[in-house]
Design a protein around this ligand. Structure first.
Ligand code: G1P
Length: 292
């Protein structure tokens, strides 16, 4: 069955960014001039997925406005001849079919995915976390869809992290099948370093068979008292195979202040209009700090 839908859980509080996230979703934070969530939506579109199911919560209205058609703004840009900007603004809202569902209670990532069940129905679907941007020559979702076509089972993208970072992620224990493809034997959410079965961390891109919903319904609260997606995948493993695809993409975790700053710097350094000025500024800062 073809993969046609992506679920983007975006209901989190964004506590690490308070007070900025009191009324503004962290997914709308700009990476210079594009909100984080737009990068993820573009990744879905690149992979041919236009039905985007946002699982939202309180204070997430700006996301709805962002993907809506803003005729006033379009008229304004047209009247002042800003055609490039106009094209940019028009494109994204016309290319996707956004669907919004409220997660009434924040019971965890697993619960957020389960909330999307009535819209997803009984078909395979993608889940993309709303604060992880991937940069790769090849679209990771497309690669995952290829693996799904071959095996007909769920596929999870993983990347190698340093040992000290394993406790920040879901970690898999997988058996190597062929280049970059593993079959998962076990997985654990945010293990202690000494308990981690590997350094292969779940990156925030999943492709599920609809059976995951059955498992989410019976997943008890886990780490942090939340219904964890990782725990539901573990239950799924008892019934059907789950594959992992190891990616070498650059992973930007915009969900922490440090990750957010690094993402902005990296993207700015790749822009011709900003690069030279930024390098000059960073150099001046380094000189200043070395003089202290
Ligand atoms: C979530 C998942 C975790 C995954 C991570 C990737 O954790 O629960 O398995 O490795 O995203 O960013 P969170 O970062 O939301 O706590």
């Amino acid at each position: 069955m073809e993969v046609r839908k992506a679920v983007l859980p975006v209901a989190g509080w964004g506590t690490r960014f308070l007070p900025a996230t009191k009324a503004m979703p962290k997914e709308m934070f700009p990476i210079i001039d594009k909100p984080v969530i737009q990068f993820i939506v573009e990744e879905c579109l690149d992979a041919g997925i236009e039905n985007i199911i946002f699982v939202t919560g309180r204070h997430k209205r700006p996301i709805e406005h962002h993907f809506d058609i803003n005729t006033d703004l379009e008229k304004h840009l047209e009247s002042c001849g800003k055609t490039e900007l106009l094209k940019n603004i028009m494109e994204i809202s016309r290319l996707i079919n956004p669907i919004y569902i409220r997660q009434k209670e924040q019971l965890g990532l697993g619960h957020a995915v389960l909330v999307a069940e009535p819209v997803v129905g009984y078909e395979p679907f993608i889940v993309c976390l709303g604060d992880v941007i991937l940069k790769d020559e090849e679209n990771v979702l497309s690669r995952m869809m290829e693996v799904y076509k071959r095996f007909g089972k769920s596929v999870i993208a993983v990347f190698e992290v340093e040992e000290k970072d394993v406790s920040k992620y879901g970690i898999i224990n997988g058996r190597y099948i062929e280049k970059d493809i593993y079959i998962i034997d076990d997985l654990v959410e945010k293990p202690k370093v000494e308990e981690a079965p590997s350094r292969l961390a779940i990156v925030g891109r999943y492709l599920f068979t609809p059976r995951i919903f059955e498992k989410l319904k019976i997943t008890p609260p886990g780490k942090g008292g939340e219904i964890q997606l990782t725990d539901a995948i573990k239950l799924l493993l008892e019934e059907e195979a789950v594959y992992a695809i190891k990616i070498d993409s650059k992973v930007y975790d915009t969900g922490t202040p440090m990750g957010y700053i690094q993402t902005i710097l990296d993207f700015a350094l790749q822009r011709e209009d900003l690069r030279d000025g930024l390098i000059k500024y960073i150099k001046s800062l380094i000189i200043e700090t070395s003089e202290v």
